[in-house]
Design a protein around this ligand. Structure first.
Ligand SMILES: C=C(O[C@@H]1C=C(C(=O)O)C=C[C@H]1O)C(=O)O
Length: 427
């Protein structure tokens, strides 16, 4: 084996890949890892990482540290790829619910299964000192994966929602408070979230929960971060950024209706305002990084199963070599999940929500060694802890927002997760 770097150095890693038989990516969530992380794109490409050979906080500049000293001996296979999740706010104190899943970070997985174009590869990355064992360990991990039982096909236990009335009343009151502050000129927009709490009759497998979401929301990016017996997983419609060479693609996604009433979004001044605030903020965030901002354009619609959003794609060419993590930090949090001005909105939402956001609305990352990257926003998700599932969802509050309507919007967003689970329970 011809490694470019001398073995024996603790900072050196070697990485090799082996083609394996494709398998449902969700099945891999049953493999215990510290952590197990998944990123599944609508085009069928998926990455599932198990364990970590490097685990960084995800600060700007960490990208270089991820790949430094990694010798890839399988350059014809899909490249080494890091996966990660970042909290909504690095300043928030985690509560009991999120303990174990936080602080997140960016992980170079020890075992990585990449699938694309109907093919699958297992990649193993190890300290270079263990390079001699790479091939035999690849073969034995491949055998273990091939023998995994199909846990993703298990039926989901029945479930029910509890304590909704109390949190619903608190939410409508918080919307009233926020509107009063917006009218007083303190801020322009704030996104307020609330949790739905679900009790399953028995502990569900994360693989089966994820599979229902994948089947129902195949047009979304599905993600998972599992650690210490808990999982944060979901199917999000929102991309924070995509990088391919110097091409940067981002978007504004805000303004919501049930899918059957999607066309109303165009004529609704409040939704158009909510959306325009996000467009302006995203353009301002990328302005220092790009050669030229694209002309502004009228929003279109993004339809997910059950919901529709106003959507403005924004594409530009970067003026220098990309640093995906720096761009993620420049864009996050957009006013689609926080508000405007961002600092006032963050303070207000923390006070009014009264519960930690944890990984909800935080960036979910796929960073590949070939420089391509995709970051999405951790929405439409559920935190699984034993028989409990907690589903956070929010709605953008501006002048003119009504508490009951915003509450209904958060329920509809939680419904996109619950409907996926129900569809299977009823089948
Ligand atoms: C905050 C959420 O969604 C965000 C808020 C939206 C809105 O206020 O219209 C729409 C899409 C997302 O950007 C969520 O799903 O929890």
């Amino acid at each position: 084996m011809n490694l470019a770097l001398p073995p024996g150095h603790p900072l050196r890693l070697c990485s090799a890949a082996l083609e394996i038989a494709p398998l449902p990516p969700e099945r891999l969530l049953a493999v215990q890892g510290e952590p197990t992380a998944a990123f599944m794109a609508p085009n069928g490409e998926s990455w599932v990482g198990i364990g970590a050979v490097r685990w960084l906080t995800g600060r700007p500049g960490d990208g270089h540290a991820l790949w430094a000293g990694v010798a890839d001996v399988s350059p014809d296979a899909p490249p080494p790829t890091a996966l990660g999740v970042l909290p909504f706010s690095p300043h928030e104190a985690p509560d009991e619910l999120w303990a174990g899943l936080l602080p997140g970070g960016v992980v170079l997985p020890e075992r990585l299964v990449v699938q694309r174009g109907g093919r699958a590869w297992l990649r193993l990355t190890l300290p270079a000192a263990e390079a001699d064992t790479l091939r035999s360990r690849l073969a034995s991990v491949a055998r273990e994966l091939a023998a995994l039982p199909p846990t993703e096909s298990q039926a989901l236990p029945d479930f029910e929602e509890f304590d909704d009335a109390e949190t619903a009343a608190r939410y409508t009151a918080a919307v009233g408070d926020a509107v009063a502050r917006i009218r007083a000129g303190e801020l322009v927009k704030v996104v307020l979230a609330r949790r739905a709490r679900i009790a399953f009759g028995a502990v569900p497998s994360a693989a089966a929960v994820m599979r229902r979401l994948s089947a129902h929301q195949s047009g979304a990016v599905r993600y998972a971060w599992c650690r210490g017996g808990k999982a944060w997983l979901g199917a999000t419609p929102e991309t924070l950024l995509r990088l391919d060479g110097r091409t940067l693609r981002t978007e504004a996604l805000a303004g919501t209706r049930p899918e059957s009433r999607a066309e109303e979004l165009y004529a609704d001044a409040k939704e158009r305002h909510e959306h325009a605030v996000v467009v302006d903020a995203v353009r301002a965030a990328i302005a220092p990084w790009v050669q030229a901002l694209p002309p502004t354009r009228a929003p279109g619609l993004r339809r997910t199963r059950g919901l529709a959003h106003l959507h403005t794609p924004i594409e530009a060419t970067l003026s220098a070599a990309p640093d995906a993590l720096a761009l993620v930090h420049a864009l996050h949090p957009t006013p689609a999940v926080c508000g405007l001005p961002a600092d006032r909105a963050a303070t207000l939402l923390a006070a009014l929500e009264g519960e930690a956001r944890g990984l909800y609305a935080g960036p979910v990352l796929r960073l590949s060694a070939d420089g391509t990257a995709h970051a999405v926003v951790g929405l439409r998700g559920a935190l699984l802890a034993g028989r409990l599932a907690v589903l956070p969802a929010g709605a953008g509050i501006v002048d003119g927002s009504d508490g009951e309507r915003e509450l209904a919007e958060t329920r509809a967003k939680q419904g996109s997760v619950l409907d996926a689970w129900r569809a299977f329970v009823a089948a």
